[in-house]
Design a protein around this ligand. Sequence first.
Ligand SMILES: Nc1nc2c(ncn2[C@@H]2O[C@H](COP(=O)(O)OP(=O)(O)O)[C@@H](O)[C@H]2O)c(=O)[nH]1
Ligand SMILES: [Mg+2]
Length: 306
Amino acid sequence: MIEEFLTGNIRSGMVAIVGPPNAGKSTLMNYLLGQKISIVSNKPQTTRNRILGVVNGDDYQIVLLDTPGLHKARQPLNREMVRIAMESLKEVDAILYMIDVSLPLPQKVEQEKNTEMMEHMDGVSAPVILVLNKVDLLEKERLLPMIKRYSELFPFHGVMPLSALTGEGTDVVVKELLTILPLGPRYFPEDIPTDASERFLVTEIVREKVFLLTGQEIPYSSAVTLESFQEDTKKQMTTIHATIVLERNSQKGIVIGKGGKKLKSIGIAARKDIEKMLGQKVLLKLWVKVRKNWSRDERFLKELGF
Ligand SMILES: Nc1nc2c(ncn2[C@@H]2O[C@H](COP(=O)(O)OP(=O)(O)O)[C@@H](O)[C@H]2O)c(=O)[nH]1
Ligand SMILES: [Mg+2]
């Protein structure tokens, strides 16, 4: 590492992925990392914190910051999420501003208005690449006029189409980033993909399964806390107790389901992913608890790391 630094041929730096909810920011982060660090769902506001992921190449290291979606936020939790996303714009070397180009036009216009795309970018000094995501869902002939239209909206460093799902076009964006990033050291060891703790990632995995397996307001009313995390090195097994925290009593029954069925399927799906992450057997016990209006409770938000 020192040698590389002295020879000075490593490009390295921080790149923030920002944009409206559901654009595919976390999907791109995971694709570039080659593993799943950031949770993904088709519901907006899945990502609540800033998630850091380290992408290493022979002669580069890109430190990606996945962020919560930018949107008009009224509730304290949502305001915190937008603040986290905006904060991450300050100290980065480049910004990937991602939008979903597969949305039907009215929704797309609404989204641009809602997120005040250009306003967010005002006063940002790092180069901004506009990433047009989900091109796998788009007829190819619609792409060129779209690129032209967006290029006129803001002095973007570039406008680049890709699919975070299939990976198509991602190599072009990485190449472009490497022309922007300065020469420098690797900031993280090459075998460490994220600064997030295993404990945090465990709560995120459980939260993802709640997002994927429950409907209506439940995902937004859920937080996950860890009660215990014990590794038995002899048995190569980890025992984890986690709690799904809800806002209202009426939500408890929905998450637990008839005869505990829903909670069981959340637990099974989460356990599989946690086992993959930890590389060993996991015993996962889930509890459901109500903490009235937790998303407006400053103290609890602090406990969650906001
Ligand atoms: N078809 C398609 N779906 C995508 C693509 N990227 C993301 N998605 C889906 O869009 C939804 C939102 O993705 P996510 O990464 O959570 O978006 P985020 O809120 O911006 O982080 C998920 O259902 C993804 O599977 C893409 O390139 N093509
Ligand atoms: Mg996300």
